[in-house]
Design a protein. Structure first.
Length: 459
């Protein structure tokens, strides 16, 4: 969704050039075809022809997902813009500024982490989801749309067989796995159904279907896999599902604000780990857990996902992505049950685990952060600026852009992009419309994707 939206914005500004050129850098280049980025760009810029150039071997210092769009007439570049897809279907410019936030406005939640959220709710005797209700006037209507899209994705996925597109020719598993799960009793049957539902949504994503990113496309199956089971098999009422979605979105908000949900930046722990935490919190909410029990479920789910790398085979969101969604869904469900056995008090907080996840991601080597390539630098000179001219260069003897001085900073558990947080954003967790701290727990009406917890896009 982010590259498509960047192309739509660029086309509106570019006038009538003879052709376009789109250059994909880093992880965006390495996974572009597998994520259908080339197709999305061509569709957004049609009928004007668009050349897609892949420079996956170069990772720009601002973010691994770089996109340079150029309008060309004759041999002259008439307009160029540099965008970054920062996770959550969101766009940044080269200075880290928000670019056309999906919902057009920021929602201030009034807390900077789950710890503050817990304190506020405890002081007033309120459930966690009330923080979202208080900040978002049209919350329940949005969540009804979100849930409807999730249901449809599950139901399409469990009714569709055959091979997924792409070079792997991977067979869909949701339909036969659900049939087998229905023959099992007890816990095995329950976990089998959850796995099948998670597979269904993830396979829809891999096939380019309409899904709810929760919080990303690659992790879109975990939350609906759990909630669909609770809704259909455990007969949870819709209102309980909506409250669970709101709760999940708040946890996604805190990860997005204080760390990252971008696999290209922090590895799969930022995607599947966050999805698992969101799903665990949602399940604990449906089961009637207290705020502290809900936080504990989410903390365990994230903690036990630490270190997951982003290593898609052939750049496709299939192996290991699809199975990871099923695994995370079952982990989330069991962590919720485990949390309900106690009173919710535990040693390590969710906020501390989020900080640890971010630091772990920053320490990962570039090859396991979703791009498979080294960072630019090490004597290289090619880093483009927004105008298409040479930008920051790295000469021999100087630190390359993969070293710590070019990573987002960590300050007290919070991150800073482009070496500093955007002043327009300020502190705190925000809802729709804020780039760096946007949990986007509500649907984006743009394109084919909806969003929960951060990402607005299609598979």
């Amino acid at each position: 969704m982010a590259p498509r939206r960047a192309a739509e914005l660029f086309r509106a500004e570019a006038g009538s050039p003879e052709r376009f050129r789109a250059t994909l850098y880093g992880a965006l280049g390495a996974t572009g075809a597998g994520h259908l980025t080339d197709r999305a760009l061509a569709e957004a810029l049609a009928p004007t022809p668009c050349e897609v150039v892949n420079k996956a071997e170069i990772v720009l210092k601002q973010h691994p997902n770089g996109l340079l769009l150029e309008a060309i007439s004759g041999e002259k570049v008439t307009l160029s813009r540099l965008f970054f897809s920062t996770g959550g279907g969101e766009l940044a410019d080269e200075n880290g500024g928000v670019v056309d936030a999906p919902a057009g406005r920021a929602i201030e939640y009034g807390f900077t982490g789950v710890g503050e959220l817990l304190e506020g709710c405890a002081a007033e005797g309120r459930p966690l989801w009330s923080a979202a209700e208080e900040a978002e006037e049209d919350l329940w209507g949005f969540l009804e749309e979100i849930w409807s899209a999730m249901e449809r994705a599950v139901e399409r996925g469990i009714a569709t067989g055959g091979a997924l597109p792409g070079g792997l020719k991977l067979e869909r598993k949701a339909m036969p796995y659900l049939a087998r799960a229905k023959k099992l009793r007890g816990t095995l049957g329950e976990l089998g159904r959850i796995s099948a539902y998670a597979l269904a949504v993830s396979e829809e994503n891999a096939a380019g279907g309409r899904i709810v990113t929760a919080p990303t496309c690659g992790s879109c199956g975990t939350l609906p896999g759990v909630l669909y089971h609770l809704f259909r098999k455990r007969e949870a009422p819709k209102r309980a599902i909506f409250e669970a979605l709101a709760t999940a979105g708040l946890f996604g908000a805190c990860v997005k604000a204080n760390a990252s949900i971008s696999g290209a930046q922090v590895g799969c722990q930022g995607e599947i780990g966050t999805a698992c935490a969101m799903a665990a919190a949602a399940a604990a909410q449906v089961f009637g857990g207290s705020p502290r029990q809900i936080e504990y479920a989410a903390e365990m789910a994230m903690e036990h996902s630490l270190g997951l790398t982003c290593d898609p085979v052939m750049g496709l969101v299939q192996i290991p992505c699809i199975e990871r969604n099923a695994a995370a869904a079952t982990v989330a469900f069991t962590r919720a049950g485990y949390a309900l056995l106690g009173d919710g008090h535990h040693r390590v907080s969710f906020d501390e685990v989020v900080e640890t996840m971010y630091r772990t991601g920053c320490d990962m080597s570039p090859g396991v952060q979703g791009d498979g390539h080294r960072r630019a630098g090490d004597g290289e000179e090619e880093v483009v600026g927004a105008a298409g001219a040479a930008g920051v260069k790295s000469a021999k003897g100087e630190k390359s852009v993969k070293e710590e001085d070019h990573r987002p900073e960590v300050r007290g558990g919070r991150k800073s992009f482009w070496q500093k947080r955007s002043p327009a954003t300020g502190p705190g967790c925000r809802g729709r419309g804020a780039l760096w701290s946007d949990p986007s727990p509500w649907p984006s009406p743009r394109g084919r994707g909806d969003t929960l917890g951060g990402n607005g896009g299609e598979g």
